[in-house]
Design a protein around this ligand. Structure first.
Ligand SMILES: [Zn+2]
Length: 378
């Protein structure tokens, strides 16, 4: 199964010419889940017929909110830099007790594990349904998960997102926003500053204001559950001007903002924009702040919730937090107690020669079978 999933390119990207459909991946999953007796439904995204979520349910018996468990994952991968791979990223390679391939760890590998666990229940009576959800576009816009929330589905009591956590249950992560601050000035000959409006001069003030804002956020917000206990604001990339002897007419700064659970992304974005506008005021340049996508909201569920505690006991790993974003907020919004837990390590995600180690696979299947039994056979 993993070989077939890896062989179907399903890159999602903000760059349109490398963005690919995920339909072949969800179709494979739907076929296999059909064979196990699941009721399967493909949900094409509005305006994107080449992208779809899959919802597959076993044992629902027509009930609209019958409780039960969701096992969720995303079907897309990040883009690939083939020159850095030692093997074909779209051909699963079994070597050194590892499965190498693009998406093997993040996170196509979770689906065969979930299906193998589910297969043990195919001919059993479930008191509450088992639902497997496969989303599109997690690595770019999270459009698939956002569409689930818009559709109000699926409904269940518990959800596990099988992102690679090394089988450690994750009860919280930071939110992630990627923002762009653009200053539009006017170019002119460098010999006379009055011939233009220097965008870099304005950007210098804006960067100072952002660094002050960062300090304030760190003083106001801390969370002891995280290795980096404060929200972060990274000045990551700047493009500006064209020549030393021209007044800089245009500057763009890209920043990454990671907020703690409990912080309101929209409110912080508004404050950030206000600080930038104040810094640019009186400069005769024009400033705009934009986001490529809506932010990935922070996520936190109680560390002593039944799902997290049960996963912790079964896997032998204490609950923890991570610094990467997932779809957890969206499943939580649908009313599910949610944990992030899965095979593979995030250290291998988004890397050349990504792999899933064999050692995680059977323990993951065993744990999922006990979880399914607990929440669907009570
Ligand atoms: Zn992932």
């Amino acid at each position: 199964m993993l070989n077939q999933l890896v062989a179907e390119p399903s890159i999602s990207s903000t760059t349109a010419d490398i963005d690919r459909s995920n339909l072949r991946v969800v179709e494979h999953l739907a076929n296999w889940l059909d064979d196990l007796g699941f009721a399967t439904e493909l949900m094409p995204l509005p305006d994107r017929p080449d992208k779809a979520n899959l919802i597959a349910t076993l044992g629902a018996n027509g009930k609209s909110h019958p409780g039960g468990l969701v096992l969720a994952g995303h079907t897309d991968t990040v883009p690939v830099d083939e020159a850095l791979w030692q093997s074909d990223p779209f051909q699963l390679k079994d070597k050194d007790q590892r499965f190498y391939g693009l998406g093997s760890c993040d996170m196509k590998g979770f689906f065969p594990v979930a299906l193998q666990a589910a297969a043990a229940f195919a001919d059993k009576t479930l008191s509450s349904p088992l639902t497997i959800v496969a989303t599109s576009d997690e690595e770019s816009s999270m459009a698939g998960a956002r569409y689930l929330v818009e559709s109000g589905r699926p409904k269940a009591d518990y959800a596990i997102i099988g992102e690679p956590t090394g089988l450690q249950p994750i009860y919280a992560h930071k939110g992630v926003s990627m923002m762009s601050v653009t200053v539009h000035g006017a170019a002119g000959h460098s010999s006379d500053p009055s011939l233009g409006n220097n965008a870099l001069d304005t950007m210098h003030s804006v960067m100072g204001a952002l660094m002050v804002f960062r300090e304030e956020l760190a003083h106001q917000h801390q969370h002891p559950g995280f290795t980096v206990q404060v929200p972060t604001l990274n000045l990551g990339c700047m493009r500006a001007g064209d020549n030393p002897n021209r007044i800089c007419g245009h500057a763009e700064l890209q920043i990454d903002l990671r907020l703690l659970p409990g912080m309101d992304s929209d409110a912080v974005h508004r404050q950030l924009e206000q600080r930038c506008q104040e810094a640019a005021a009186g400069s005769n340049t024009h400033l705009t702040v934009s986001t490529a996508y809506p932010p990935v909201p922070p996520f936190e569920s109680p560390a002593d919730g039944d799902l997290t505690v049960t996963l912790s006991k079964l896997s032998g790993h204490a609950p923890g937090t991570v610094a990467f974003g997932t779809e957890a907020h969206f499943l939580q919004t649908l009313g599910m107690q949610t944990a992030v837990w899965g095979p593979g390590s995030i250290d291998q995600a988004h890397q050349p020669n990504e792999y899933l180690e064999h050692a995680h696979i059977q323990p993951a299947i065993d744990t999922l079978q006990q979880i399914i039994s607990r929440y669907c056979q009570a």
